[in-house]
Design a protein around this ligand. Structure first.
Ligand SMILES: C[S@@+](CC[C@H](N)C(=O)[O-])C[C@H]1O[C@@H](n2cnc3c(N)ncnc32)[C@H](O)[C@@H]1O
Length: 216
């Protein structure tokens, strides 16, 4: 079995396990009005940190509806997660479910690798600046002598785990399809000013940050 197949099987197993643990659970009260979606190892105090494993409450984000009741979250933050979901089959349905669980006036803050920045970076310097920025943050290291444009490839597919990248127009379409409005480009700094409890990722150079609102 290839290394890639083992990776996929392992992640599918985690998704299956999370699905089984949530089965039959609906309308739950959340311990926090703030939802941190796809937290990974970054558990943020005061937030309900969810992911497929090792979180406050393990879920498969593609297994909807999520178990919490309607109108229960005031803020939702998700960093570097939506690119792991299929746009039409998984992300738009997830955004609709987040809309259901968001209180009116709730804020949704998302970020992911920026489609526009990746394409511009290739045209400008084959991705060298993006790659150098990633190296300062401990990102992937390309094998000695490999042309740097492979870093752009990696942003797009990341060993098969990335499904789509987004620019402002595409993400706004997805958010508005789900009912959100006032979609605007923001920066990581603005997100950290709003929620100072989040540790910085310092990934503005390659990422797009967007904020949207559930209309009142
Ligand atoms: C690149 S990591 C980002 C983690 C964290 N948000 C951060 O900023 O470092 C992507 C996260 O999305 C989670 N994820 C991807 N697909 C998922 C799914 N279908 N259900 C639950 N979590 C998922 C992964 O488990 C992983 O923790």
């Amino acid at each position: 079995m290839s290394e890639r197949t083992i990776l996929y099987l392992r992640f599918d197993w985690l998704r299956f396990r999370a699905r089984c643990s949530v089965r039959g659970r609906r309308g739950l009260e959340s311990p926090s009005k703030k939802l941190h979606l796809g937290c990974g190892s970054r558990h943020v105090n005061g937030w309900l940190n969810i992911d497929v494993r090792g979180s406050d409450f393990d879920v498969d984000l593609a297994n909807l509806p999520l178990p919490w009741k309607d109108d229960c979250f005031e803020s939702v933050v998700s960093q570097q997660v939506i690119e792991h979901l299929d746009l039409r089959l998984e992300l738009v349905p997830l955004l609709r479910d987040l809309f259901r669980m968001a209180k009116s006036g709730a804020e949704l803050w998302l970020c992911c690798p920026d489609l526009e920045k990746a394409c511009r970076a290739y045209a400008v310097d084959h991705g060298l600046t993006l790659y150098q920025d990633a190296l300062t943050r401990g990102g992937i290291v390309l094998p000695e002598g490999m042309p740097v444009q492979h870093y752009i490839n990696d942003l797009f597919h990341q060993d098969g785990s990335h499904k789509n990248l987004y620019d402002l127009e595409l993400m706004t379409w997805a958010l508005e399809s789900a009912g959100f409005s006032n979609c605007e480009r923001v920066t990581e700094g603005e997100m950290l000013n709003r929620f100072s409890e989040f540790p910085p990722r310092r990934d503005d150079v390659q990422s797009i940050y967007i904020r949207a609102i559930k209309p009142k």
